[in-house]
Design a protein. Structure first.
Length: 73
């Protein structure tokens, strides 16, 4: 999807660039490109399981320290 902006008569280059960037934002091309560039990969089942176990152990340790009256951090 190409975006074309032609220079009007007696239009400065700054206003041309401003008009182009406005059209670029409204078209959504830039947003799609950023989504594609910074796409996060799906985590595998094993990675999800490891993260879950890690969170559970941290939670258990927090509860144990809280019960003993120790520093929580």
């Amino acid at each position: 999807m190409a975006l074309e902006v032609r220079r009007k008569d007696r239009e400065s280059s700054q206003s041309l660039v401003r008009r182009f960037s406005g059209r670029l934002k409204r078209s959504g091309i830039l947003a799609r490109a950023r989504k594609r560039k910074f796409r996060e990969r799906k985590k595998s089942k094993q990675m999800k399981r490891r993260a879950l176990l890690r969170r559970e152990t941290i939670k258990k340790e927090y509860e144990r320290k809280k019960k003993l009256g120790l520093s929580v951090r």
